[in-house]
Structures are given as C-alpha cells and as structure tokens.
Design a protein around this ligand. Structure first.
Ligand code: ADP
Ligand code: MG
Length: 263
C-alpha cells in the first residue's frame, strides 16, 4: 500500500500556525471490533483547533476505521469520541451535527456520476443545509475557483481527470463549510502527475488553519504541513510526534521499519 512517490508540495505551510488550545476531537480509549476482530485498540488522540494531523501506517492497521469512526461512518464499542464538544452516541441529532461540521474526502472520489460538477457541489448545501440555490451556486463557484477548475462546472465527473475529480470532491466538502476535514488517502488512486495538484489544495487549506486529519503516505506533505504525525500498526497508535522528530528519530522499531520502506 505505501506509495513510492514523494511529491513535495510547491508551497510550504507556515510552521507556526494558529493552532489553538481547544481540543476539537478527542478519542479517549477507543476500542472497536469487527465481529471477533479487534480492529482499534485503546486509541487515544487529541486534535486541537487548527492542528494538522497526518496518520500513516501499514495497510490494514486501522487508519480508515479511526477516521470513519470520527464522523460515525463506523461505530466504536468502547471509549469516547468527542467532536466539537459533542459525544458520539446513537443520538441521530448529535451525529447529524457532527457530520455537518466534519468534511470527508475519500480515496475514491464518490461524486454522483449523473450530476454535473456544479450540481454535485450544490446538492448538500441545498438539501441538507437548506441554503438558497443562488447562494449555493455562488459558494460552489467560489470553491471551484479555489481548487482551480471553475471552467469544469458544467461537465460530468466522468469527463474529468482523477486529479480534477478529487479536487471537485474537496470543493464539495468545503461547500458544507466544515470546521474539520478528514482525508482518507486522497491521492492514492491518482496517477503521479496528478498527486501534486491535489496536495497543493490540501496545503492551502492547511495554511488557512483548517483542522485536518489526513491519512496519507505522502511524507513530503507530512513534512511540510503536519503538526503531528501518528504512526499506526495493528490497530494501535504506536508512536506520535512532530514530523521532524518522528522522521529523524523514530522511537519504535515498527515505525523505523515502516519509514524505511516509504521514505
Ligand atoms: P487501513 O485503512 O489502515 O488500511 P482499515 O481501517 O481499512 O485499515 O482496516 C483495518 C482492518 O479492519 C483490516 O484488517 C480490514 O480488513 C478490517 N476491516 C475494515 N473494515 C471492515 C469491515 N467493515 N468488516 C470487517 N473487517 C473490516
Ligand atoms: Mg485505509
């Protein structure tokens, strides 16, 4: 699973971001099982407002499951997950509140193929947030400019390259005005020449102070924007540190092994 490409984003995020003290995501002793399989083992993680967290680790280590639990695409069985002060339970109102505020971008772009780019972008704002159409269109065009493909607004996803589709997916998330963005290997399905255009958009978001958790093996990205890198293996957080420390001075053998394969 680790990709061999190391793409250095063209812009460096400031290293002293507006990272606040406020904890916006807290995972407190989170455990999860798929049947008998213990997929998440005592996961503890605090993410502060404006913090950029990169999660890496071997395939099957539970990275996707962790971030899917944060917006309740998966249910955990033990421990607490608290997002923006709301504890995740089966309370549908709480789940809706969290999903409104937490955007997610997947490896597969998950755009509606039968809708144009613009229609993909205004769907959530109009139907979920009850935004007036005109305002939803203006917001959609603003974010399409931001991801540098306003000229693609009336095309269908199938007419776009993978990199363009992923940028549409990011814009679609941003149209919901989330305060937290979760990325699950957003560049893994892309051809190498398209990775950078997606990473550049993510770097810009990071520079603006978006709270982000990114599962990625793009270590150039981790180095230039992450405040914290989390290394997972076998359902556990093995090690967590600043990218500088983690890459230069991994404390655990498993971390060392993993890094030697991808850097
Ligand atoms: P990663 O994202 O690090 O590759 P995942 O979180 O996707 O890992 O998966 C962790 C483990 O849980 C893997 O062994 C995977 O096969 C298993 N798993 C993931 N989703 C399910 C599911 N819905 N049912 C059963 N097992 C699952
Ligand atoms: Mg995964």
């Amino acid at each position: 699973e680790p990709t061999q490409t190391t793409v250095e984003p063209s812009v460096d995020a400031p290293k002293t971001p507006a990272m606040g003290e406020e904890v916006v995501i807290r995972l407190d002793n989170v455990n999860k099982w798929f049947g008998h399989f213990h997929v998440l083992k005592d996961i503890n993680l605090d993410v502060r407002r404006g913090e950029r967290v990169v999660v890496c680790g071997p395939s099957g280590s539970g990275k996707s499951t962790v971030i899917r639990c944060i917006n309740r695409l998966e249910e955990h069985q033990q421990g607490d997950i608290i997002v923006n002060g709301v504890t995740l339970t089966n309370d549908v109102k709480a789940i809706e509140a969290i999903r409104k505020d937490v955007g997610m971008v997947f490896q597969s772009f998950n755009l509606f193929p039968h809708l144009t780019v613009l229609e993909n972008l205004i769907l959530g704002p109009i139907w979920v947030n009850k935004t007036p159409r005109k305002e939803a269109v203006d917001t959609a065009m603003y974010y399409l400019e931001r991801v540098k493909i306003p000229e693609q607004a009336s095309k269908y996803p199938g007419q776009l390259s993978g990199g363009q589709q992923q940028r549409v997916a990011i814009a679609r998330s941003l149209c919901m005005k989330p305060s937290i963005m979760l990325f699950d290997e957003p560049t893994s399905a892309l051809d190498p020449e398209m990775i950078k255009e997606v990473l550049d958009v993510m770097v810009e978001l990071a520079q603006e102070g978006m709270t982000m958790i990114c599962v990625t093996h793009e270590m150039g990205f981790a180095r230039s924007v992450a405040d914290t890198v989390v290394f997972m293996a076998d359902g556990q957080i093995v090690e967590k540190n600043s990218p500088k420390e983690l890459f230069a001075n991994p404390q655990e053998e498993r971390t060392r092994q993993f890094l030697s394969q991808i850097i």
